[in-house]
Design a protein around this ligand. Structure first.
Ligand SMILES: Nc1ncnc2c1ncn2[C@@H]1O[C@H](COP(=O)(O)OP(=O)(O)OP(=O)(O)O)[C@@H](O)[C@H]1O
Ligand SMILES: [Mg+2]
Length: 389
């Protein structure tokens, strides 16, 4: 049977379980067994879709398969997990999914070039949350980071978490909006409960605009539910223990898609711009760590990076490109070593020489920024109108 995936798998499971119960009620044992086989298939689907709880889903699938084949050990009616058990299971599944979003971050502030004022502001927020202070001084609960792609928004969130040794919840909007995960809005409360338990915590919501508006311009029911529980959490936090650090960082490339209800919960809206010349210099140094760049004209290369509208990500690719050019120049026969075993390779050194301006010149031709001047103006305009002064 082909399982219909258009709706939520969870809803389908719930429905099938209820149907199973009613078939048992009617003493329709062959029908109930058929239904049990269907439920088992749903659990197999779930196991494929949600690797985090794969083992449990497979165990439940096996259980239902036993019910469907009549090998339950009982000669009477096949049994089923009770209703409350199913609900409890669902709750556990949601908390497990919330915990699965916890990641560790080793990123340090020093891994980020430029963005000094943004870094300072985030450091202040974190410090204020930790210090003893009068009741009326409340740390920021939500910070919105906006700017062109690749400018370091994710990196900033990771550095904030890394420096604090905070529990870092890395939430991609699409992961909470998964159509197979019918209880998305419950996931948000489970996530914030977990974040409060594991404080200091940073909840990082990437691609935040996806929560505010769907691709076709219309907000789906699921999106609306998730957003409203998120807003409730952001509102509610101020009433709870204020000495806990629970910072929500949201990042977006399209701040103009966010509606006012969302924006009002993020009074701090920070523009993460393309790097200026000084920042480009720092990023080049970070991205060529361990290489000798003393011979290159860092000033003019960084100036050109600004002209090319490079983001931090572009500079990272640009430096990699320059490094590869140098590697190919000094190791023209590199590919021939593919014959060697890994152990033999480990005994040899990759030849390197100091990077030269020529390596970078070639890289400039290969790396193009995806951003245009018009787009930049749009960010700057939004920053003037809605950003932080
Ligand atoms: N300021 C920076 N300093 C050092 N490296 C940077 C900086 N900005 C970006 N990078 C490099 O570019 C990569 C991408 O940056 P990041 O993921 O933080 O960008 P982003 O702003 O979150 O992009 P997107 O909007 O596409 O999600 C980083 O992993 C890092 O290698
Ligand atoms: Mg990012």
């Amino acid at each position: 049977m082909k399982i219909d995936l258009s709706g939520s798998l969870y809803d389908a499971l719930k429905k099938a379980t209820a149907e199973y119960a009613s078939l048992i009620e009617k003493n329709d044992l062959p029908g109930a067994r058929k239904k049990a086989a269907e439920i088992a298939r749903f659990y197999h689907e779930l196991a494929n879709m949600n690797p985090v709880n794969k083992k449990e889903s497979l165990e439940r699938a096996a259980k239902w398969e036993r019910v469907s084949s009549g090998k339950t050990g009982s000669r009477q009616k096949p049994s089923q997990p009770s209703h409350t058990e199913t609900e409890k299971e669902e709750e556990n599944e949601i908390s497990r999914k919330a915990s699965s979003l916890i990641t560790t971050s080793n990123v340090k502030w020093s891994d980020i070039g430029g963005l000094d004022s943004v870094k300072k502001l985030m450091m202040e927020t974190v410090v204020i949350a930790g210090l003893q202070k009068p009741e009326s001084i409340k740390p920021w609960k939500g910070i919105l980071l906006f700017g062109p792609p690749g400018t370091g928004k994710t990196l900033l969130a990771a550095a904030a978490a890394g420096s604090l040794h905070a529990t870092f919840y890395d939430v991609k909007s699409e992961s909470v909006l998964s159509k197979y995960f019918g209880e998305s809005s419950k996931l948000i409360s489970a996530l914030y409960n977990s974040a409060r338990d594991h404080s200091p915590s940073i909840v990082f919501i990437d691609e935040f605009d996806a929560l505010s508006q769907s691709r076709d311009g219309e907000t789906s029911e699921a999106t609306r539910k998730v957003l409203s529980s998120l807003l409730t959490e952001l509102d509610g936090l101020s009433d709870k223990k204020s000495d806990q650090l629970l910072l929500t960082l949201a990042a977006t490339n399209t701040p103009w898609d966010l509606d006012t209800a969302v924006l009002s919960r993020f009074p701090r809206r920070i523009y993460v711009p393309l790097p200026d010349q000084k920042a480009c210099k720092e990023i080049i140094k970070i991205q060529t760590k361990g290489m000798d760049i003393s011979g290159i004209s860092l000033d003019s290369i960084s100036e050109k990076c600004v002209e090319m509208l490079y983001s931090g990500r572009d500079i990272s690719n640009f430096c990699q490109q320059a490094i590869w050019t140098m590697i190919h120049t000094v190791n023209p026969d590199l590919y021939k070593m593919a014959e060697l075993s890994f152990d033999e390779l480990k005994m040899r050194n990759l030849q390197t020489i100091p990077l030269a301006d020529d390596d970078f010149r070639e890289a400039f031709m290969k790396i193009r920024s995806p951003i245009t001047k018009n787009k930049l103006e749009q960010y700057e305009q939004w920053n003037i109108e809605c950003g932080e002064v």
